[in-house]
Design a binder for this molecule. Sequence first.
Ligand SMILES: [Zn+2]
Length: 110
Amino acid sequence: MRLNRLRTTALALIFLAFLIMYLGVFSAAILPFALVIGTILIMVSVFIYFRVGAMSMKIPTLECPNCHRMTKVMGMEDGCMYCGVPIRIEMDEDENLYAVQNGEVPVKKK
Ligand SMILES: [Zn+2]
């Protein structure tokens, strides 16, 4: 869920960059600044996309306890990417990670 929010932020940054550069077209005085700011914003959003891609390789994919789809959980607590239910990561005795719905007492697997 946090990953999705980051992706949305990056997309919004790209649109903002194009908007600023487009505004530069109307005035020769602000064109150089508009181009520089626009280019920086695009670089920032490319960096965010890159980070999101790198992070999603590392973070565990767990089954959501609510909708039973595989979702990526960032940190110890995160929302499901599909249904938005808060998820907490638990670890069993064999060090296998599994997801529980936040606030629920985890059921011990035997
Ligand atoms: Zn879910």
